[in-house]
Structures are given as C-alpha cells and as structure tokens.
Design a protein around this ligand. Sequence first.
Ligand code: ZN
Length: 141
Amino acid sequence: MPRYVTAKMRQAVAERARGYCEYCACPDCFSPQPFAIDHILPRIKGGRSVLENLALICQGCNNHKYDKVEGLDPDLNVMAPLYHPRLQVWSEHFAWSNDFQTMIGLTSTGRSTIATLKLNRDRVVNLRRVLRITGDHPPAD
Ligand SMILES: [Zn+2]
C-alpha cells in the first residue's frame, strides 16, 4: 500500500470525478487553484491512500474539511457523518435549489456536510451562477 498518493492515483481520482470537486461540485478547470486529493477518512484517523478512500476536492472545501468526518446538522442540532463520495450517492443527500446556485441538504449527512464544508459559500455560489449561464453547471449526472 502506498504511503502517499501517487501521480497515477491522483490522475485516476480526477478522472473518476470528471474534474469536479466531489463536495461542492465546482469544476477544476475554472478554479484558480489546482484541486487536491482528499482522504475521505483522514490519514490521522487511519484512512489509507487507496482509491476507495480518495476524492477530488477543491481547495476551499479541503480547507473546511481538514480532518473532519462529521459535522453539525443545523436543522436537528445533532452531529452527523459527513458525506462519503465513495460509499454514498450524491442525490440521496443533496439537491439543487431551483436556480441551481445553492445545495440543499436532504439528510443529516447532507446538511452537516453543507454546513461544515460551507458548500454554499459566496464565492462558490457566484461561480455556479456564472457557470449556469455558460452551461457548465450543474455537472451532468
Ligand atoms: Zn469544493
């Protein structure tokens, strides 16, 4: 098992995600900073550098996620596990607002992930608004 993410693994993760952040759904090609590789279960908590534990993540989401695996569901005021891109289906936990600018949490996991990673932060919403006009948002299923 590699102790770090190899270039080949990084490429496989990016291709699997089709270049989109697996949390906020923004495309890497419109980001001023290259995307990172997220250890969904952080290495400090025993997560391994294997494809099943890796996700493509933008710098903003990565900064907010850090080593977290759970967050507060603001509706129920309980802690809930963060969304796991490898084990869970996006559409079971999230939906788009009618204008596709805001993510809506359908479950405790969805709401806690939106709140913890700040998936509706102003800059992301602004980017979604522009990408909607150009036809680059939301990502195709
Ligand atoms: Zn993101």
